[in-house]
Design a protein around this ligand. Structure first.
Ligand code: SF4
Length: 389
């Protein structure tokens, strides 16, 4: 039994180690709208119980492999058109150069990002792939993942809805992979909503990919976009979708909660940014639904207040790069790692550098990946200090 007794009964249940139902979570949300104090208190107790005072991050380089994309999401500025200066199509030589640079900055992770199957829409993508000897973006990713792993970085691919066989190939070299659920709301795929022209974002399609990843035992990073027009109950539903997947396959290694910001040049440019108290409530709700989950917010998207999220349940900052921009949110540069560390220590937390795969998921790795990690891990399965500092 927890020693603390709260007025909100469902929160007492969670603190006693019991699971909370969706209905109860909705009640917690309603109470927290008026006063979130007890919710924040409970989420923090659970965070300390399951994660201690460690907060982790992954030191990464962002490989913007190809940013042409078949889909259109109403908030996205990552996607480029072939005539735009922000177009990125990284050749193997570009990749080799970025590996070298990443190593001088002591990065550990190579984050590979692409648009959704660009070759299905753009002849420029098809020609670029053909010129490099590949039929598809996924084939290219499989090839460069091998190259990058052999050259001393750990790949983590985030390339949209890959097929099961593509993921099966990538899992040989990727320490983990990523696919945001974004939202379980089918309403957001209707006309006038952000995923109307993005079939890959249909919740059924995303859940299918996450299910395949579960069957393949791939440590997956997933998460939600918060503030893109969903209702609070839809957010709760989305979290339960992820919880259910994890209960079935045990392979969701972390949940990213990403707060929406409107961007110039997009259909949602006049839409309000996710309000901070709402965002904090969502973070805390995620912790009470999944007390043991790794929960991450990107610090660059809350530049003035990210450290305050340490008191509502998060235990990770995600990938932070000392050398490449966040190409998905280029207007938000990453804070310096030393500054993040100072801010963590000021509120009693210790910053640790993790691999793109979390310590508790090492058993999912093949022997080659496991062996490579073992050469630079510390006794707690984080990256040895002298390797990344
Ligand atoms: S968010 Fe991803 S899928 Fe949507 S348009 Fe941008 S690159 Fe394409």
């Amino acid at each position: 039994m927890s020693e603390l007794v709260l007025k909100c009964e469902p929160l007492n249940k969670v603190l006693d180690g019991k699971e909370i139902s969706k209905y109860d979570t909705e009640q917690v949300y309603e109470i927290s709208k008026k006063d979130p104090t007890e919710l924040f208190q409970a989420s923090q107790i659970l965070r300390i119980k399951h994660k201690g005072y460690v907060v982790s991050f992954s030191k990464k380089a962002f490989f913007n492999i190809i940013n042409l994309c078949r889909d259109i999401c109403s908030y996205c500025t990552y996607k480029a058109e072939p005539n735009e200066t922000k177009l990125s199509m990284m050749t193997k030589e570009d990749i080799r150069q970025l590996i070298e640079l990443s190593k001088t900055y002591r990065c550990v992770e190579a984050l590979f990002v692409t648009g959704e199957r660009p070759e299905e829409k753009y002849k420029e993508a098809r020609e670029w792939l053909r010129k490099n000897g590949f039929q598809s973006t996924a084939e290219y990713l499989i090839h460069i993942s091998e190259f990058v792993l052999e050259n001393g970085l750990f790949p983590h691919t985030n390339a949209g809805n890959l097929t099961k066989s593509e993921m099966h190939e990538l899992q040989k070299t990727n320490a983990s992979m990523g696919l945001m659920l974004e939202s379980s709301s089918e309403r957001l795929t209707q006309k006038g909503f952000p995923h109307y022209l993005a079939p890959s974002k249909h919740p059924k399609a995303r859940i299918e990919v996450l299910r395949n990843a579960g069957e393949l035992r791939i440590p997956m990073t997933s998460g939600l976009l918060v503030g893109i027009g969903e209702t609070p109950y839809e957010i709760i539903d989305s979290l339960y979708v992820l919880k259910t997947l994890h209960k079935q396959y045990h392979n969701i290694q972390e949940i990213i909660l990403q707060n929406f910001h409107p961007k110039e040049g997009t259909l949602m440019r006049n839409f309000p940014a996710a309000e901070e108290n709402y965002f904090k409530t969502v973070v805390a709700i995620a912790r009470i639904i999944m007390p043991e989950m790794n929960i991450q917010i990107p610090p660059n998207l809350s530049p003035k207040s990210y450290q305050s999220f340490l008191s509502v349940g998060i235990n990770d900052w995600g990938g932070i790069s000392p050398l490449t921009p966040d190409y998905v949110n280029p207007e938000f540069s990453w804070p310096q790692i030393s500054k993040i560390e100072e801010n963590c220590e000021n509120v009693g937390f210790k910053l640790k550098c993790r691999f793109p795969v979390y310590p508790e998921f090492f058993d999912f790795l093949n022997s080659n990946l496991r062996q490579k990690i073992s050469t630079i891990e510390d006794g707690l399965r984080f990256v040895r200090e002298e390797y990344w500092r």
